[in-house]
Design a protein around this ligand. Structure first.
Ligand SMILES: *[C@@H]1O[C@H](CO)[C@@H](O)[C@H](O)[C@H]1NC(C)=O
Ligand SMILES: *[C@@H]1O[C@H](CO)[C@@H](O)[C@H](O)[C@H]1NC(C)=O
Ligand SMILES: *[C@@H]1O[C@H](CO)[C@@H](O)[C@H](O)[C@H]1NC(C)=O
Ligand SMILES: *[C@@H]1O[C@H](CO)[C@@H](O)[C@H](O)[C@H]1NC(C)=O
Length: 465
């Protein structure tokens, strides 16, 4: 194959250069690279490359107009190339083809992309894992460190094995969580001394306000959940921990504070535990229902919502939307979210959010999002299961299923209710003459605009009539 030839030629060249270098006098640092290689010299003959011999295939649709931007599937395509319609060129260089297969719109962006839009995608598979003690679990995070424009929210993906704890702690940010797999016991106490304990399953949600101390423990089979914080600079390395609170107060003070002898503190952990194995939670949750005179956290302030048992809010031919916001879960007063399922070929319609950025996490499938960021700037990103996304307020976006399985993702807003402006509904409810004068569309086109939000649109591109 041609590229192998080229590569072999290159390697041979390097090898002979190194032999030369080795034979050169040693002793001084500069002796190994001869001065005669500097700049033009008729003796330094140029050997023409062979990049025009590169063998490759196009994905179906790749040579269609770049502005149509067909969905590209580079699976089973030999040597994918950065070409869209009439744009682009060959890539003979070093690369990891797996990235191209995962991100076809990054290798060959739609012709409608233009200018610069800040990065809006982060695969959690590239986040460093923080490993818990004795295999009790792990966690990894996305914050402004990896998506610099993600100022309003940050995310953490965490696993706790059965009996594994995320130790008693609190933080300055508010914490909203969606359970991905398994089940978990969550418990907390508020500033009034009201207590809370509950067990949650995959698809359920919890919330802890800033400063409210809580702990999490994996139940049978363990648990994985995604946490969203209302601060883009949040770091899980920077939380307030029970272990450290005890380790970093003078023992004399602890003894006075609790009216207990110094010997009470003999065995406290010398440093933080973070994620560690513990005694399995009792099956009967009532055994961990500790109450004082203030009783339990009242139901309307509950820190949990059993969302897995709620039906979808919107069901369309293209998928479903399940909304959870303070209208049903009041304690999470700033968090509005939707769990969205988009069927293959369908699209979460083009929309934007009026006052909040959007934090995304992809649970399943393969999707793309184009962000239009005003003043001519637009950029397309691809998302795979386990990726985070971030879309600043006001910027238009859609979520298109470009794979063969359902796309499932969470969109989280900082808002008192879940809302968006639908592009389709907007032009549908604007006087036709204004839309026609602006966009130069036919009567037939403008008359076909719908007056209702579609949320998710299913279907192929209709044929020309
Ligand atoms: C965990 O949950 C995710 C999201 O719902 C799902 O895609 C995945 O298959 C689940 N894993 C297991 C082992 O059940
Ligand atoms: C805890 O006890 C209170 C009564 O003090 C009761 O209302 C509540 O349902 C109990 N919660 C659990 C999880 O057992
Ligand atoms: C819950 O109800 C109590 C008393 O009825 C009220 O003070 C509190 O504000 C309510 N909480 C929410 C989140 O609405
Ligand atoms: C609208 O489109 C038609 C058909 O291409 C063209 O003739 C006309 O000049 C356009 N009008 C404007 C205002 O651009």
């Amino acid at each position: 194959m041609a590229p192998v030839y080229t590569l072999a030629g290159l390697l041979l060249g390097l090898a002979s250069f190194e032999r030369y270098a080795l034979a050169a006098p040693t002793g001084t640092a500069s002796a190994s690279s001869p001065k005669s290689l500097l700049g033009y010299n008729p003796d330094n003959a140029v050997i023409n490359g062979h990049t025009d011999d590169i063998q490759y295939e196009f994905a179906p649709g790749q040579t269609d107009s770049a502005n149509i931007a067909a969905i590209l599937d580079f699976n089973n395509v030999e040597n994918p190339q950065p070409i869209r319609g009439s744009k682009g060129g060959l890539d003979p260089g070093p690369r990891t083809e797996e990235y191209n297969v995962l991100n076809p719109d990054v290798l060959a962006p739609p012709g409608t992309d233009h200018g610069g839009v800040a990065n809006a995608q982060w695969p959690l598979g590239l986040s460093n894992n923080k490993l818990g003690l004795n295999r009790a679990g792990w966690s990894r995070q996305q914050n402004m460190d990896n998506i610099p424009s993600a100022t309003e929210m940050a995310g953490v993906d965490m696993r706790l094995e059965e009996g594994g704890y995320r130790e008693l702690h609190w933080h300055k940010a508010a914490e909203w969580s969606y359970v991905l797999n398994g089940s978990v016991r969550v418990q907390a106490m508020n500033e009034d001394g009201q207590t809370f304990v509950d067990d949650l399953n995959a698809g359920d949600v919890w919330f802890f306000p800033p400063g409210v101390p809580h702990s999490l423990q994996g139940l049978a089979g363990g648990v994985e959940f995604i946490l969203v914080f209302d601060d883009g600079s949040f770091s899980e390395d920077n939380t307030f921990l029970a272990s450290e609170t005890f380790a970093h107060n003078p023992l004399e003070v602890l003894s006075k504070n609790f009216a207990l002898p110094l010997s009470a503190w003999e065995n406290i952990p010398p440093q933080q535990l973070f994620i560690f194995p513990g005694t399995k939670a009792p099956t009967d949750i009532a055994e961990q229902n500790v109450t004082g005179s203030a009783g339990i956290v009242p139901l309307n302030d509950s820190y949990s919502y059993h969302l897995s048992k709620a039906p979808p809010t919107h069901e369309t031919a293209g998928g479903t939307v399940k909304i959870i916001d303070p209208t049903v879960f009041p304690i999470a007063s700033g968090f509005s979210a939707a769990i969205v399922t988009v069927k293959p070929g369908a699209i979460r319609e083009i929309h934007w959010h009026t006052t909040s950025d959007e934090w995304n996490f992809f649970l399943a499938g393969k999707a793309r999002i184009s962000i239009y960021a005003a003043v001519g700037n637009a950029r397309t990103f691809d998302y795979n299961a386990g990726d985070c996304g971030y879309i600043p307020k006001s910027m238009t976006h859609y979520v298109e299923n470009i794979g063969t399985e359902d796309v499932v993702f969470i969109e989280v807003l900082q808002a008192d209710h879940f809302s968006d402006i639908s592009l389709g509904q907007w032009v549908g409810l604007t006087p036709h003459q204004i839309v026609q004068d602006t966009l130069n569309l036919s009567d037939a086109t403008v008359s076909a605009f719908k007056k209702e939000k579609q949320y998710i649109v299913q279907g192929d591109i209709p044929n020309e009539s």
